[in-house]
Design a protein around this ligand. Structure first.
Ligand code: SF4
Ligand code: SF4
Length: 179
């Protein structure tokens, strides 16, 4: 399985071993991780970077104001006092999923040793900016799982059976189906 994104928050000086430990507690199958997300100010944090580089999935970083605008299950005012957003891990997981086509939080914030982890599952498929809004996938989907939206079709995740017919019909290869 692929298609999980992990949001990470941490204190300065977090140990890579602590990050690995929290990550394994949240995601039993680490090969399922498609991307990581965190706050801009931790983009150079050695303990986080060591884990992310060894894993190999890309890291998405977001400014505090963008993270703070995300509706999350466990916002924290003390965290905002420290880093300028009420959420890092949960908000970063959701923003990273958004940037990969959309997703839902499946593991809310877990605390490790100076690290927090949250996990979002990507929707079963994502549609990239290569979409020209031709409408072919909308007409093809047997489950009516795609609906018109301003820039590209929106996915109704609960309807999608991952049949792949929309992927086959798309003339610009804009659709990725996660397996
Ligand atoms: S994978 Fe199949 S069910 Fe899902 S959106 Fe595409 S055509 Fe519809
Ligand atoms: S078939 Fe491809 S290009 Fe056409 S609307 Fe669907 S995703 Fe966009």
């Amino acid at each position: 399985m692929t298609g999980l994104v992990v949001g990470l928050g941490s204190s300065r000086g977090v140990r890579a071993a602590a990050v690995w430990s929290a990550l394994r507690a949240a995601v039993p199958d680490l090969t399922a991780i498609t991307a990581f997300g965190t706050i801009d100010r931790r983009r150079d944090e050695p303990g986080l970077l060591a884990v992310i580089r060894e894993h190999g999935a890309p890291l998405h970083c977001y400014p505090a104001a963008e993270l703070d605008a995300v509706d999350v299950p466990h916002p924290s005012e003390p965290v905002r006092g420290h880093v300028g957003t009420r959420s890092v891990a949960e908000a970063a997981a959701l923003l990273t999923a958004r940037d990969l086509g959309g997703g839902s939080l499946i593991v809310p914030k877990l605390r490790g040793e100076h690290v927090t982890v949250a996990v979002a599952a990507l929707h079963p498929l994502s549609i990239s900016s290569a979409c020209t809004a031709c409408g072919a996938c909308l007409r093809t989907c047997p489950e009516y799982a795609l609906r018109p939206a301003p820039l590209r079709p929106a996915v109704i995740a609960a309807r999608c059976t991952s049949c792949g017919e929309c992927v086959e019909v798309c003339p610009t290869d804009a659709i990725t189906l996660w397996d």
